[in-house]
Write a new protein. Structure first.
Length: 178
């Protein structure tokens, strides 16, 4: 058997001769195959040998394939335009024309009551009307702006702690507070 290329005369590997080729890889005019990886399930992928042109078409059509070098669906400059607009907005000096400034004391901390007085009121509601009414009352205080978020969460946590106790423990705690 001839172990050299028919075109250039250089040595050819045995595997290439075994497969029936007469030319070496450098002299061959056959386009090398490309591989397309197919995932029919989450695992268990298999390799599909295809030509380079077929692989490009498959990648163009497949939503899960790696699309290196493709433009984004929103256009390649959408990020740049957004970032440029964002930077321009940051540079603008409002000098009292912001919506928060025009609204008056928006953004300021509301005048609040002490947390202990809020807890007392919530406990009275808890004793008379139950847990859900007490929490609703505290939420209403927060939504009207008479208490802060920290006070609301503190009182609601306190009420939830009492609600998960058994009746005997609840009586002891509520009587000790009153």
């Amino acid at each position: 058997m001839n172990k050299s290329c028919n075109i250039c005369g250089k040595f050819m590997p045995n595997t290439r001769i075994y497969l029936g080729y007469k030319e070496c890889v450098r002299c061959s005019n056959v386009e090398p195959y490309s591989a397309n990886i197919v995932y029919p399930h989450k695992t268990g992928a298999y390799v599909q040998p295809v030509t380079k042109e077929q692989k490009e078409n498959i990648q163009r059509l497949d939503r899960r394939s790696v699309k290196i070098g493709r433009k984004s669906s929103g256009g390649s400059s959408s990020w740049d335009r957004w970032y440029k607009q964002y930077k321009e907005q940051k540079r603008v000096s409002y000098k009292g024309s912001t919506p928060a400034f025009q609204a008056g004391d928006a953004g300021s901390i509301p005048a609040t009551r002490s947390t202990s007085s809020i807890k007392e009121e919530a406990i009275d509601t808890y004793k008379c009307k139950g847990y859900h009414k007490a929490v609703s009352e505290v939420d209403e205080m927060y939504s009207t702006g008479s208490i802060t978020l920290i006070q609301k969460s503190s009182v609601n946590s306190f009420l939830a702690g009492i609600a998960v106790m058994n009746k005997k423990e609840q009586r002891l705690i509520l009587n000790a507070i009153s």
